[in-house]
Design a binder for this molecule. Structure first.
Ligand code: PMP
Length: 418
């Protein structure tokens, strides 16, 4: 038996049968952690889980009963590939909160915004195409772009979001190399993983550059309504109808329904509906009808206010624990959303340090998950959305023990204080 044949027999009898693209499917660093960090003694500052316990059960119970009484038969049936019309109209109102004026015709319901991203990846990306993205960028989007064999070019991003100057420079450099740029992918509000928000000043500048260069913008906005004090600047889509906008109910309601949506210009929308039908026939009728009933009968704006309070309290706990236990480390100070982005002392590798942190009963996500080329060792993401404020403090205290030990070891071996 040849070496390969033995390998095929022992491990996976279908190894020779997979498409080449199956190679791009690797366990994400975030998901690989889930089995370890779900142990109760570990404080997980890793996975970006919404705090669903802040939504009282009886609210959804009432929505369920109302929905079943009014539209139960429809909820159990297949629906159209674009999604329910009444529901799409309610989404129009939701998007109006961020300055977006849209038509129900241009909204497509998806299985979470993750599915919207996948459909868009399938529509636009050929192997070798370039996607421009913030540096760092959302790990789930990077996985999709990798699956379609695209190359992600990260554009310099600071506390005001992506830099328009850096964007222009990246585009010019890629054009000189003859590379094909397919779109710019942005999370403009309380970005995952950095927590930063693209400033009001930079938004029209980025739109202007992309218009001039004929580059499509994908605006992914699951966190925009979860601001702590001030609402976010208007959506990029509100300034340019050619922007493709992705929204989701995962963070402003619950992820369990798996409902998201895409607002796209007519030509792209038509293709998205066809791609949706081809992939899943139709989005979940049950989930759409449940959320539709919830939006028409429950105090959903009050519920978003409750979520804001829950996340604000946890962000404050995280920042004050950082100040108490790791005062020298640089961290972003988000105005909403779930995440802090922390820069480690020189020489510490967040990926290599993770097993030590888990041993110390705390987990985080290494910065390397958020760069297409696996760089980002000197950063880590803290997600404060899920643990209690007390546990966030405990988790960051444990993290400080691990980081300080690493820094001391580095000092001993290199003679340098970081
Ligand atoms: N985009 C971003 C930036 C996210 O953080 C997430 C979830 N973590 C998603 C998209 C996907 O969310 P969902 O599919 O639940 O709508």
């Amino acid at each position: 038996m040849t070496e390969k044949a033995a390998h095929v027999t022992n491990l996976d009898p279908w190894l020779d049968a997979y498409a080449a693209r199956a190679e791009t499917l690797s366990v994400s660093e975030v998901r690989a952690l889930f089995s370890v960090v779900s142990r109760p003694e570990v404080v997980s500052l890793a996975g970006g889980m919404p705090n669903v316990s802040a939504l009282p059960n009886d609210v959804l119970q009432r929505s369920y009963e109302g929905m079943m009484a009014k539209r139960g038969a429809l909820a159990m049936q297949y629906g159209g590939g674009q999604g329910d019309l009444t529901f799409r109209d309610q989404i129009r109102e939701l998007m109006a909160l961020e300055g977006i004026h849209s038509s129900v015709e241009d909204i497509v319901i998806t299985t979470g915004s993750q599915h919207g991203l996948d459909l868009l990846g399938g529509l636009f990306l050929d192997a070798g195409d370039v996607v421009l993205a913030e540096g760092p960028s959302y790990v789930g989007a990077l996985g999709i772009f990798r699956h379609y064999e695209a190359h992600v070019e990260h554009v310099y991003t600071d506390e005001n979001g992506m830099s328009p100057e850096a964007l222009e420079e990246s585009i010019a450099a890629l054009k000189r190399q003859g590379r094909k740029i397919k779109f710019l992918y942005l999370v403009p509000n309380f970005a995952n993983p950095s927590g930063v928000t693209l400033s009001a000043e930079r938004r029209p500048q980025i739109i202007e550059i992309c218009k001039r260069e004929h580059i499509l913008i994908l605006e992914d906005n699951p966190y925009g309504l979860l601001y702590f004090n001030e609402p976010v600047p208007n959506a990029l889509r509100s300034m340019d109808e050619n922007v493709v906008y992705l929204g989701s109910f995962s963070k402003i309601l619950v992820p369990g329904f798996r409902v998201g949506y895409v607002l796209a210009p007519p030509a792209i929308r038509d293709k998205l509906v066809l791609a949706n039908e081809s992939a899943i026939l139709c989005p979940t009728s049950f989930g759409q009808m449940m959320i539709s009933e919830y939006l028409s009968t429950a105090d959903w704006k009050g519920q978003i206010d409750t979520f804001r309070g829950v996340y604000r309290e946890r962000k404050d706990a995280a920042l004050s624990a950082m100040q108490e236990f790791l005062p020298k480390l640089e961290t972003t100070r988000p105005d909403g959303g779930f995440y802090l982005w922390v820069t480690l002392p020189e020489g510490i590798d967040s990926k290599a340090m993770l097993p030590l942190a888990v041993k110390e009963l705390v987990a985080y996500t290494p910065g390397t998950a958020f760069f297409g080329d696996g760089s980002g060792q000197k950063y880590l993401r803290i997600c404060y959305s899920y643990p209690t404020p007390e546990n966030i403090r405990v988790g960051i205290k444990r993290l400080a023990t691990v980081i300080n030990l690493q820094a001391e070891l580095l000092e001993t071996f290199t003679g340098k204080r970081s």
